[in-house]
Design a protein around this ligand. Structure first.
Ligand SMILES: NC(=O)c1ccc[n+]([C@@H]2O[C@H](COP(=O)([O-])OP(=O)(O)OC[C@H]3O[C@@H](n4cnc5c(N)ncnc54)[C@H](OP(=O)(O)O)[C@@H]3O)[C@@H](O)[C@H]2O)c1
Length: 266
């Protein structure tokens, strides 16, 4: 039995729903949902998305995920609307910058948003998820959580932490009805990537997906077994190489450093 059939129809909380990948997931997930709770900071974007989604009841929680009041508001909504069986921790921020000159506030925000917030939201919602006959938590990581890349040290650290959290909690809850899973996109054309990142990706010939492609792969992942999925055959090969023979990616990425440095913000 696939993970999807275990929790279908979905009663889902989706963070980062106002963003590129989140909105695409919301559109493709809605037909399979009995409830969709959309979370983000941009109320107008969330309301616009809700008006589009006619196929299931949609509720909005507008707030900053680094604020404990937002986590409480999500829990209250999930309980008062009859419970949930899916949590998608998708909200995230990035900052392409040389680490030595990256602002400490930005580093703290990267860790708070990409690592601590999904951990604390998951913690808060576990009792609600446990009340469902079968449920899952899906953490949206990144290929950069498995391959450290120059200019993204803090982002990579947060995403690597998220993957470690996913695996540990998955094992901790292995004898419960809550599955904890990890889905890692590769570069995707959304607002999270600055113009400098877009230009660097083109210069490095880095493959980029559209949010719609990522959402379609996410829906297939929900339907399948296996606790993790990384998008892109070449990226999966590099992740494996990075685990088994890290000196090879060390050399390849070192050769790319002049191009990466050229695009780093001054
Ligand atoms: N795009 C890529 O190249 C790529 C590659 C690998 C992984 N990912 C991951 O995919 C996920 C989605 O990214 P995306 O590309 O769709 O980026 P995006 O378009 O910038 O969307 C990011 C979303 O996160 C929300 N968010 C950020 N900080 C928040 C906070 N403090 N509180 C509440 N919501 C917050 C944003 O809400 P507001 O709009 O309301 O601020 C927005 O909805 C992220 O976890 C990202 O790391 C992206």
């Amino acid at each position: 039995m696939g993970a999807r059939s275990a929790g279908f129809p979905y009663r889902a909380v989706l963070t980062g729903a106002s963003g590129g990948i989140g909105a695409a997931i919301a559109r493709q997930l809605a037909p399979g949902c009995a409830l969709l709770i959309l979370v983000g900071r941009n109320r107008a974007a969330l309301e616009g998305l809700r008006d589009e989604l006619k196929s299931c009841p949609v509720h909005i929680v507008c707030g900053d995920l680094t604020d404990p009041r937002t986590l409480s508001a999500i829990e209250t909504a999930a309980r008062s609307l009859g419970g949930i069986n899916l949590l998608v921790n998708n909200a995230g921020v990035s900052d392409f910058h040389a680490f030595a000159s990256q602002s400490p506030d930005v580093i703290a925000t990267l860790l708070a948003t990409n690592l601590l917030a999904p951990m604390l939201l998951t913690r808060q919602l576990i009792p609600v998820l446990m009340a469902a006959p079968a449920a899952q938590v899906v953490n949206i990581g990144s290929v950069f959580g498995m391959i450290g890349f120059p200019g993204f040290a803090a982002y990579c650290a947060a995403k690597a932490g998220l993957k470690g959290f996913t695996q540990a909690l998955r094992r901790e809850l292995a004898d419960s009805a809550v599955e904890v899973r990890h889905f890692a996109p590769r570069a995707t054309r959304t607002a999270i990537n600055s113009d400098a990142v877009g230009a660097m990706n083109r210069a490095l010939k880095t493959a980029e997906d559209t949010p719609e492609q990522v959402a379609a792969a996410f829906l297939r992942f929900l339907d399948a077994n296996g606790w993790q999925r990384t998008l892109g055959a070449k990226e999966r090969f590099f992740v494996l190489l990075n685990q088994l023979l890290p000196a090879l990616p060390d050399g390849a990425i070192r050769a790319q450093l002049p191009i990466i440095r050229k695009h780093l913000p001054k």
